[in-house]
Design a binder for this molecule. Sequence first.
Ligand code: GTP
Ligand code: MG
Ligand code: ZN
Length: 410
Amino acid sequence: MPIRDPETVARQLRRYLRDQAKKAQRRGGGGGAGPASGSSPAPPVEAAGRPPRRPRLAAEDWDSDELATLPTRGRHGPRRGESLDKLVERLRAESADDAAAAATDELLTEPGLVIAITRGQCEVEVGGELLVCHLPKALTLTQQSTLAVGDLLRVARRPGGALVAAQILPRSSRLSRPDPFLAHRERVVAANIDLAVVVGSLRRPPLSTGLLDRYLVALAHGGVAAVVAINKADLATEPRAEDPELTQLAPYRDLDVPIVLCSVPTGEGIEELRGHLAGRKAVLVGHSGVGKSSLLAALAPEVEVRVAEVSTASRKGRHTTTRARIYRLGDGTRIIDTPGIREFGLWQLDARELAAYFDELTAIAPACHFSDCTHSHEPRCAVRAAAEAGEIPAERYATYLRILASLRSE
Ligand SMILES: Nc1nc2c(ncn2[C@@H]2O[C@H](COP(=O)(O)OP(=O)(O)OP(=O)(O)O)[C@@H](O)[C@H]2O)c(=O)[nH]1
Ligand SMILES: [Mg+2]
Ligand SMILES: [Zn+2]
């Protein structure tokens, strides 16, 4: 995938700005802007012919990694007062400069593995060495949809010695979700992974099977195997069979996905998890605070897990992961720690495809009257009948319907 084509930059930019404007309009006009939209009340949408003022996006609505890597106004984003045409023109010129410079670049023979991505640059591992590699301007604006931790890059050396990303090599797998701001844009969470550990926790925060379902669907869609880790087992009630959060897992026990109950302070399940991870490239995903970084530290005491101190009023003194990063364990296993997310959408999934990711439903679907049955409202639907008769788990069918409704409203 070439990353220095000015025409593509211009196209992506136009779409990016259009989306931002639309998004801002929607936030401003819906009246239901998030609780954090704060002091400036949302302007009415149709204020006497005037275009609505663009409301500020509320920081609390953003995932933490977004704040860290958002293109900065002035450097890569629009400058104050700059018209769209001017901006496109400027970026086109800058991209052309990049392309001209590329003519004198020397390509490194070995590809670089993207370890972490920051604003305008990434850390790559080339031949066991950790190097800083700059991202061309064309990539900076769209970096979260274009480049992901785990990607393999062709790296070029500029005559002055600086390294620049030249090309992203094709991926063998990926875990994606829609960009939380621009729904039709893909956000690749991790690339070239062969396992995802979906981490949930008991009590703090309580287990969310809705998020679990979405991850399992997205992973099946992206061709990545999954293991479910339920952390903070030390907080379970005894006897465990009666723990109200653990009983929610019953429908998942029949799926082809291992479930590991674990705990960092007691060490429960850590060896079992290590067994699943050994020798693989894995990503840890899940809500913020479930213990992904703590699990990584327990699995690999030899690595130094990077976390940031969060000191805002709402999340006092918490250690939280702000950007995805790959860690290499002593035995060669690689684990990607990711920032916890608030919501996980499904990328490019058609409502009709959804049932295929629910094994219990696919087995029964051929008996439905309509071959394109979505198992929601159609008459003579075998799946709904099976759910009503208790032949498939009611919770899973309910989850299916919930995700289906969310796909239809997107
Ligand atoms: N009781 C209990 N607490 C745990 C366990 N694992 C982690 N914690 C605590 O849970 C809190 C959050 O842990 P983190 O490892 O930072 O969670 P995370 O999933 O990495 O969070 P983000 O980086 O924000 O996504 C910390 O206070 C940990 O000490 C566990 O097994 N049991
Ligand atoms: Mg973390
Ligand atoms: Zn049906």
